[in-house]
Design a protein around this ligand. Structure first.
Ligand code: TMP
Length: 214
């Protein structure tokens, strides 16, 4: 059985990943590919509980290393129970975020040591990195306007990351951009375009990838 491909979608909060995720699923299914769409943190019942813990509000400040370890705990479960078995069965796995998010949010945003993050990545998913990553790039002020939805979303509805100040999101974006420049598997997408145009651009790139690697 030919191993499936692993595709991830990344970007700052508010970059509009959902429309593109759905477009990717439709495109691949249209090409006869069996697809598993999943997300991080989350993707299994246990990992979804860790997600709730990570995104929910707490009365105490959450230690950045504790946050990083929880993300990798959820990821270990997700890789073992969902991602690896699906790839082994020849399915293509499309994940809304993976370890690049830890590199950007915890490494860039929180200042957690990059070598330590790579060490945890080697422990949790040895030999596994995405085959292709779409990074939806958007200036932080635009992303924040989208999150707030101009009066539609109350501040209390925002998750723990969305509530972070602009300077945090600027560091996350800078880390994503550095990663994208230094990695061949990462394609940068201009997410300031209308969402359906962004999705069309992604599907066009994906078409080339499927023709080459499908
Ligand atoms: P999302 O599902 O809306 O993208 O939200 C998940 C949030 O979790 C988002 O703010 C980014 C954050 N996150 C990290 O900080 N590190 C990670 O490794 C992952 C997967 C997500």
């Amino acid at each position: 059985m030919k191993r499936g491909r692993f595709i991830t979608l990344e970007g700052v909060d508010g970059a509009g990943k959902s429309t593109s995720l759905e477009a990717i699923r439709r495109f691949l299914e249209g090409r006869g590919v069996e697809v598993v769409v999943t997300r991080e943190p989350g993707g299994t019942p246990f990992a979804e509980k860790v997600r709730d813990l990570l995104l929910g509000a707490h009365e105490e400040a959450v230690d950045p290393v504790a946050e990083t370890l929880l993300l990798f705990a959820a990821r270990a479960q997700h890789v073992g129970a969902v991602i690896e078995p699906a790839l082994a069965r020849g399915r293509w796995v499309v994940s809304d975020r993976f370890t690049d998010a830890t590199r950007a949010y915890q490494g860039g945003g929180r200042g957690v040591d990059g070598q330590a993050i790579e060490g945890l990545a080697r422990l949790v998913h040895p030999g596994l990195e995405p085959d292709l990553t779409f990074y939806l790039d958007l200036p932080v002020d635009q992303a924040r306007r989208r999150i707030a939805g101009v009066g539609e979303r109350a501040a209390a509805d925002l998750d723990r990351f969305e509530r972070e100040r602009a300077s945090f999101h600027e560091r996350v974006r800078a880390a994503y951009r550095t990663l994208a420049q230094s990695s061949e598997r990462v394609r940068t997408i201009d997410a300031s375009l209308p969402e359906d145009e962004v999705a069309r651009g992604i599907v066009a790139m994906l078409g080339d990838f499927v023709d080459e690697h499908g």
